[in-house]
Design a protein around this ligand. Sequence first.
Ligand SMILES: Nc1ncnc2c1ncn2[C@@H]1O[C@H](COP(=O)(O)OP(=O)(O)OP(=O)(O)O)[C@@H](O)[C@H]1O
Ligand code: SF4
Ligand SMILES: [Mg+2]
Length: 320
Amino acid sequence: MSAKLLEVRGLTRTFTSRNGLFGRKRVMTAVADVSLDVPRGQVTGVVGESGCGKSTLARLVLRLLEADQGQVLFEGVDLASLSASAMRRLRRRLQFVFQDPYSSIDPRYTIRAALLEPSQVQGEHLHAAAATDRINSLMAMVGLNPSLAQSYPHQLSGGQKQRIGIARALALQPSFLVLDEPTASLDVSIQAQIIALLEKLQQELGLTYLFISHDLGLVRYFCDRIVVMYLGRIVEVLPSADTPPRHPYTIALMESTFEPDPAKRRVITRLNGELPDAFNPPPGCAYAARCAHASDRCRSERPALVLRDGHELACHHPPT
Ligand SMILES: Nc1ncnc2c1ncn2[C@@H]1O[C@H](COP(=O)(O)OP(=O)(O)OP(=O)(O)O)[C@@H](O)[C@H]1O
Ligand code: SF4
Ligand SMILES: [Mg+2]
């Protein structure tokens, strides 16, 4: 069995926009030539500030959005080569947990109906007793009282709704979960509980996670490997959570720690300087305008992502 559950090769996705009805068409690259491996049974983190392309990458990986270029291989099979029915079968094994649990639970459905829907979409219809057993075990798995199954989403707290979002993702016994900022909309104490639940499920069920967050402190706490993105590109891959970062951007992000008090946490968006305009990116390193080490070469030549001793880095002059 390969150590890699999922491989992403050269994924690229652009979006176009127009200024007004007859305005000039403008193109931006939300995800640019991204390649990464997701090892089986591990938590791979993707971190970067708002707008750097994390959610676009997540949707491309699950084929919820089509790529302009590149491939996603799951257990060595190119997802784009699968027929619609083969992709539907594979969907059982690849699931998504969203930041906002509302987006995955229909407010008109009871929790019971929401938890049974994934198997119905797969064409599986359980008898009432088997369905109740399934619901009870899913609710227990995510630490909720099964009596809540008769409730509607608006009757649940934010933390309970996210537990239902996770239970729904687990309903088809997946092997791989993409978690896109699953705790970002929750209070800090609830956030810690959801992270603890995700850790427990990952270990008990042997799951593989791609965990997306703008909080490097949280990613370092939770993930085995860390992929750092800046303006649509990977700038550094730390092979373990305690590998010292070498990219000036990652070093700056380090100052945002997993601090329980959000008021004390340095938010990534408060780093010095602004992100470049994605519709008009600079020719060299995208971080140059904010980087204390930038040289003329940095402003004209984009640094390639280079692998050395398991550590990938895209920087002309790493400070250490
Ligand atoms: N459907 C779309 N149409 C046009 N532009 C889009 C679309 N989806 C994303 N974008 C743009 O692509 C870029 C990357 O967006 P994305 O949502 O992937 O970032 P993100 O890292 O997930 O940000 P956040 O932390 O705010 O969730 C942004 O500039 C965004 O405006
Ligand atoms: S390539 Fe240059 S500008 Fe970019 S991060 Fe490295 S030193 Fe800074
Ligand atoms: Mg996002």
